[in-house]
Design a protein around this ligand. Structure first.
Ligand code: GLA
Length: 390
């Protein structure tokens, strides 16, 4: 009940009454994860360099916080059952690495699996949940991504609840990231168990992957978010998977769309590229503070598709100050003029509103009733629509 007293209807939203009460991730978590670019090729130096780059590239100033080692840091268990990190790749051990990340003003994350083995075949946490959680806390872990490989007949909600309980007893606040790929519809049960949960299979560094090729491109993932938006809110987020921005499989226009749409959906923003070697264009995408402010809006409303006309779509996100952020998305192969009517986003036709372009960083003046723009193929025009301007 305490939560109810501290919430206004506007700032909390009904869904937060069902949120995990660990006080973490009140806005979608932001950080970097090793998997999308480096897969199993993780090491102490890679993680240290990532932490250094988050600071030197301005990403820390833009809000990126968690540095997360994904699969392959662990090799075995010792005679007491303690999880053992790869001593060749992490010679200084996890505590020293966590201390280094913390010394940069950042937070440290790690990966494990609810089954007997991780997806890469490393030891999982099954049967060791409390022991592992205590170990993570002793190392200084702030974030746990918990996967779902080799879980055979385990019940998903029960398995993740067990790790939730273990983390709660660990003595350290740890963001809990559930990764069952949406396979058991976690948006229906995970709000009280985890701070975020994957909603789909793994993202591919592609705009559009035909389903039968396996995997999900940006637009397939987008379509899979339809109808689950209400599960998201402060402390409990749908996770459409980590960012591929900068990994080379898409155009800059497509990466800008990928980032815009993730911000519009209040998605966790976990960069997944080589931060030490990114171009200025990629960096400008990842640190666009106006787009990030949309993602981090305290209302925690997940934006949704409000109009679809062939390959042209309009997505809208309600913001805490009553304004809307609108993404005009062109999924087609040629430039298209895409329009949003104020009535599509819950405003009267008579309303005059200020429109601002969040990529051009430009005010576009007052518009009454609607706004439209030319949108390049696979592009997004991202604007805020703020009522009250004559
Ligand atoms: C699964 C997850 C990925 C990544 C790999 C690691 O596929 O969905 O995000 O963590 O496992 O093996």
């Amino acid at each position: 009940m305490k939560k109810v007293l501290f919430c206004t209807i506007l700032m909390c939203g009904a869904s937060s009454l069902f949120a995990l009460d660990n006080g973490l991730a009140l806005t979608p978590p932001m950080g970097w994860n090793s998997w999308n670019k480096f897969a199993c090729n993780v090491s102490e130096s890679l993680i240290r360099e990532a932490a250094d780059s988050i600071v030197s590239t301005g990403m820390k100033d833009a809000g990126y916080q968690y540095v997360v080692i994904d699969d392959c840091w662990q090799v075995s268990r010792d005679a007491e059952g303690n999880i053992v990190p790869d001593a060749t790749r992490f010679p200084g051990g996890m505590k020293a690495l966590a201390d280094y990340v913390h010394s940069k003003g950042l937070k440290f994350g790690i990966y494990s699996d609810a089954g007997t083995k991780t997806c890469a075949g490393r030891p999982g946490a099954r049967g060791y949940e409390f022991q592992d959680a205590r170990q993570y806390a002793a190392w200084g872990v702030d974030y746990l991504k918990f996967d779902w490989c080799n879980a055979t007949t385990q019940n998903s909600e029960a398995s993740y609840s067990l790790m939730h309980d273990a983390l709660a007893k660990s003595g350290r606040p740890i963001v809990f990231s559930i990764c069952d790929w949406g396979s058991t519809k976690p948006w229906l049960w995970a709000g009280k168990v985890g701070n975020l949960w994957r909603t789909t299979g793994d993202i591919q560094d592609k705009w559009d992957v035909k389903r039968d090729w396996g995997g999900n491109g940006v637009v397939e993932i987008l379509d899979l978010q339809d109808g689950i938006e209400q599960a998201a809110g402060p402390g409990h987020w749908n996770d459409p998977d980590m960012l591929e921005v900068g990994n080379g499989g898409m155009t800059v226009t497509e990466y800008r769309s990928h980032f815009s749409l993730w911000c519009l959906m209040a998605a966790p923003l976990m960069a997944g590229n080589d931060l030490g070697h990114m171009t200025d264009e990629i960096r400008a995408i990842l640190i666009n503070k106006e787009a990030i402010a949309v993602d981090q809006d305290p209302l925690g409303y997940q934006g949704r598709r409000v109009k679809r006309d062939g390959k042209s779509e309009v997505w809208s996100k309600q913001m805490a100050d009553g304004s809307r952020t609108v993404a005009l998305l062109n999924r087609g192969d040629a430039e298209a003029e895409i329009g949003v009517a104020w009535t599509d986003i819950g405003y009267p036709n008579s309303l005059s509103a200020a429109v601002r372009d969040l990529w051009a960083h430009q005010d576009l003046g007052a518009h009454q009733g609607s706004f439209s723009a030319k949108v390049p193929s696979h592009g997004v025009v991202l604007v805020t629509v703020r009522p009250g301007v004559k």
